[in-house]
Each structure stands twice: as C-alpha cells, then as structure tokens.
Design a protein around this ligand. Structure first.
Ligand SMILES: Cc1ncc(C[n+]2csc(CCOP(=O)(O)OP(=O)(O)O)c2C)c(N)n1
Ligand code: SF4
Ligand SMILES: [Mg+2]
Length: 288
C-alpha cells in the first residue's frame, strides 16, 4: 500500500515570485482548496497565460499548460470539452484575463463552460515591470502613465454578471482562509466560476495596506448571493472593498452538460482511448 501523501499538490519547484507577492497566497489557497475538495493531482489541470501570475501551473503538482498571453480560457475549454471528467482551472493575471483575453472570459461565462477562472488581480502588468492594466485606477501612476492614468478602470465582475455568469466572487490573498473557501465553492459550482483574487504586486503597485484597511466579508453582513440586482449593488459598493460570493446560481446547465445530451455521452478522450495506445502516442508525437 503506498503511503498517503499529506500534501498531494505540493511541487518540488520553488516559486520565484518577489518575496511578499500576493501570488504566493493564491498558490497556497489553491493547493489547500484542491486538497479539501478531495481531488487527486491526476484529476486536475491548471492552465495559464503569460505574466508573473501565469507562472503558477509550474508550482503546483497537477497537470499543467502554460499557454499564450490571454488564451488560458480557450485552452481550458478545449481540455474540458475533450475530457469533462477533469477539473480544469485557469489561473492568470488582470492584464491577461481582463485585457487581451477578456473576450474569451465573456463568452465562457455566456456558455457557462464548466471551468474555474482565478484572476490574480494586482491592477498592473507585473511581469513587464509595471505598465497600466485594465483594472488600474484613474490617476494611478505607472510606467505608461507617469502623470496618472486618464482611463477609467474596467469593472470585470458586473460585466461578467451581464454576460450570464453563474458564479462570481472576489477574495484577497491577505485573507487566506477566505480565499481557500471561495476557491472550494468555485470548484463545487456547476459551470463557469470567476474568482477575482486581489493579489498585490509588492514591487510595482503595492496595494496591501489599502486593501487591508478597506476590505470586508460579504458573508459577515448576512449577504446572500442569490439575487442579480443585489449582486450589481454589492459589486458597486462605495463603502469599502467587499469580498465574498456576489452571485451564484446552480440551476443553469453547463455547456458540457448540454453537449453531453447531443453527443450521447461520448467525448474526444473516449475516442482517443478507442484508437489504442500506439496510434494515440503517434498522434501526440506528431503534435509535439
Ligand atoms: C501577445 C503578447 N502581447 C504582450 C506580451 C507581453 N506581456 C507579457 S506578460 C504581460 C502582462 C502581464 O500582466 P498580468 O496579466 O496582469 O500579469 P502579472 O504579471 O501582473 O501577474 C504582457 C503585456 C506577450 N507576452 N504576448
Ligand atoms: S513583479 Fe509583482 S506580480 Fe511579479 S512576482 Fe514581483 S511582486 Fe509579484
Ligand atoms: Mg497583473
């Protein structure tokens, strides 16, 4: 009998983020949430784009795919469509997911694709050394806005709610228990889950102190995430930075459930299996 691994998602590769980067908290919360969800590493795929945050799949013991800037969502959807038994999690930054790749996020929400998206939102392009991102604040000084940004920030959460999103949450790497809980709930969700993870960049735009002062948990105020209009109000709160689950509905079929109805429950992964291992191996070789 093999010994049970007490930390099955722990990788041997050390994360090389700057000391104090919020992404460490997201990585720890994701591992904790996966373990608590009862998944095994071989049942999980973590997919990313490009950015400091997008290096995450290299630091966790699951299957992984480090893709192109802005494209983790289409890759994640492709993996899920090929083999819906897998838990597919996309992890990337605000530049990646709310900028260059935001179109994919909108349409994954609309289809209710059964993938989970964790956006490490630090309001900046970290990897490329501090340029404006879609969530940078009005007036924020960055390398590309030395006199302060003159562009209003995107509000990704209400936009995704309008697109038909069925699970929309925000959490903060300064509150690790909360982050793990939100990710666990996202994993349980039937369909597309967006987790906006406030994950400060301590090198180019350190918002730790500001968020620590202003954040509050929606659950502590008796908030219930079952009403769309209340969700819009909570997302637009002016009295601080609310974290928690803003909106959740479990009565909408996912795209993959609808697909199963028309394909008779047969998936690409089953077709590959029926080819036999030699042909499957040669196909894989051809693509490498
Ligand atoms: C097509 C393309 N355009 C631009 C870049 C350069 N680039 C790499 S990462 C990045 C932004 C990263 O910001 P974010 O997604 O917020 O991640 P962070 O580093 O802040 O975690 C950019 C613009 C690229 N790699 N590919
Ligand atoms: S530059 Fe910013 S986002 Fe990138 S690793 Fe350092 S602290 Fe984290
Ligand atoms: Mg960023």
């Amino acid at each position: 009998m093999p010994l049970l691994n007490p930390k099955p998602f722990e990788s041997d590769t050390r994360a090389d983020w700057c000391p104090g980067c919020g992404d460490f908290g997201v990585l720890a919360a994701l591992k904790d949430a996966l373990q608590k969800s009862g998944r095994q590493p071989h049942e999980v795929v973590v997919v990313s784009g490009i950015g400091c945050s997008s290096n995450l799949p290299g630091y966790i013991r699951t299957y992984g795919f480090h893709g192109l800037h802005g494209r983790p969502v289409p890759v994640a959807v492709g993996i899920k469509n090929a083999n819906p038994k897998l838990l597919v999690i996309a992890t990337a930054g605000d530049g990646d997911e709310y900028g260059i790749g935001f179109n994919h996020v909108v349409h994954a929400a609309r289809r209710n694709d059964d993938i989970k998206l964790i956006v490490m939102n630090n309001e900046i392009y970290g990897l490329t050394t501090g340029q404006l991102s879609p969530t940078s604040k009005l007036g924020q000084k960055t390398k590309t806005s030395p006199d302060g940004s003159i562009i209003y920030p995107l509000k990704p959460l209400p936009t995704i709610l309008g697109a038909g999103g069925t699970f929309i949450a925000r959490t903060f790497s300064g509150d690790p228990k909360h982050m793990s809980w939100v990710i666990q709930e996202a994993i349980k969700h039937r369909g597309f889950a967006l987790v906006d993870a406030i994950s400060p960049c301590v090198t180019w735009h350190n918002i730790y102190d500001e968020v620590k002062k202003l954040f509050y948990r929606l659950e502590d105020r008796g908030y219930k995430p079952d009403d769309e209009n209340e969700a819009y109000k909570a997302m637009n709160a002016q009295d601080g930075i609310p974290i928690g689950i803003f909106y959740r509905r479990e009565d909408k079929q996912s795209f993959q459930e609808r697909l199963a109805e028309i394909n008779g429950g047969r998936w690409a992964a089953d077709n590959v299996k029926s080819l036999g291992s030699e042909i499957a191996q040669s196909l894989v070789q051809e693509m490498l």
